[in-house]
Design a protein around this ligand. Structure first.
Ligand SMILES: [Zn+2]
Length: 371
């Protein structure tokens, strides 16, 4: 039915309002429709607050009886911090529930829809499923695999270089690209970097209101739910007085002896011991730990070494590469430290999006399945 698609598209539009604030929860939108008209709308804003269905049902009130509910994710059936939405839909007396996708948690998938069906409600799932999955790629990946979705952001010149040989790299890209990076940070549960970046660029990796470019409502939500900044510092080379540590609480992942823990704690930071070898933190083990803390999306903003390390072990889900209209020349630094000897070792990517961002270009690429 075409109207199902149109109404689900509206529910997805509402869900997207939670892009910057729902983690560790998924972004969910819901609308209640009766006689072809929307009588209730809701979206989940942040963890601990009511789910999308609750807001939409509240707005619809008594009129929800006999109506159709469109939800971008299967209504929950378990008692979390809020009562189950499946029960709320039954109590409200809706006649039909259309979901974009099932709950990705294998342990609960289908149980919310089953409960609705058992109550005599007509149930349909899978409307605009691809769009719904894309919106919550991090949450879904964590539920299905125990790992967060890893997005690597890079900025390069037209000739694929990131910085001069001296390390000088300030402002390769323009203000529109910097604003886009701010929004990438804001939507992530974690912004992850390495010691080289923090030491050489004085990077803070914070979310700054004035560069976000969002409206007042979303801006306030995003700033109220900032990403955790994680520094991988295998040998604890970064001193505590750098701007990165001065800018707020951070988590430091290291494989050095954890005797320094108290020193970090005294400054408000957490030192996390992660197994590793030769001073290099085991990236997979770190990601597993982050996922266990409810981290859905990780944004890697690092130099060529750490970005290359993520690529080498196959832990990158998506590259966001900003390309500036500059040539940095052959002595400048490469995009990634990825030593390859033969063409058949070269990883294949698939470009899924490419667009102008101010005077720069953004290329979004994902590992190719047949690589
Ligand atoms: Zn719910």
């Amino acid at each position: 039915m075409n109207s199902d698609h149109a109404f689900m598209a509206r529910a997805l539009e509402l869900a997207r309002k939670g892009l910057y604030s729902t983690h560790p929860n998924p972004r969910v939108g819901c609308i209640i429709v009766k006689d072809g008209r929307i009588i209730g709308e809701g979206w989940h804003a942040k963890a601990g607050e009511p789910h999308a269905e609750v807001h939409a049902l509240r707005q619809a009130g008594e009129r929800a009886r006999g109506a159709t509910a469109y939800v971008t994710l299967e209504p929950c059936s378990h008692h979390g911090r809020t009562p189950p939405c499946a029960d709320a839909l039954v109590t409200a007396g809706v006649a039909r529930v259309v979901a974009a996708m099932q709950d990705p948690n294998p342990q609960v998938a289908g149980s919310g829809l089953r409960r609705l069906a058992e109550a005599g409600i007509e149930v349909l799932s899978g409307v605009l499923e691809a769009e719904a999955r894309a919106l919550n790629a991090g949450f879904i990946k964590r539920m299905e695999s125990g790992l967060p979705f890893v997005r690597v952001k890079l900025a390069m010149s037209l000739d694929g270089r990131t910085a001069m040989a001296s390390g000088e790299s300030k402002w390769i890209t323009g203000s529109a690209a910097r604003s886009a990076v701010q929004r990438l940070r804001a939507r992530s549960s974690v912004v992850l970097t390495g010691a080289d970046t923090v030491l050489s660029d004085d990077a803070r990796l914070t979310v700054r209101n004035e560069e976000l470019g969002l409206g007042a409502e979303l801006s306030a939500l995003a700033l109220g739910c900032p990403p955790l900044r994680v520094l991988i510092d295998g040998r604890l080379r970064v001193p505590l007085d750098v701007p990165f540590f001065q800018a707020g609480t951070a988590l430091v992942a290291t494989c050095a002896a954890a005797t320094a823990r108290d020193r970090y704690q005294a400054e408000g930071h957490e030192l996390l011991a992660v197994p590793g070898s030769n001073g290099h933190v085991d990236l997979r083990k770190l990601l597993v730990e982050l996922a266990s803390r409810g981290v859905n999306e990780v944004l890697v903003e690092a130099g060529p070494r750490l970005a290359g390390a993520f690529a080498r072990v196959g832990l990158v889900d998506e590259y966001q590469i900003f390309m500036a209209p500059k040539l940095l020349g052959s002595t400048a630094r490469p995009l990634m430290d990825l030593p390859l000897a033969r063409m058949d070792e070269a990883p294949s990517l698939k470009i899924v999006d490419m667009r102008a961002v101010g005077e720069d270009w953004l290329i979004v690429a994902v590992p190719s399945p047949d690589a």
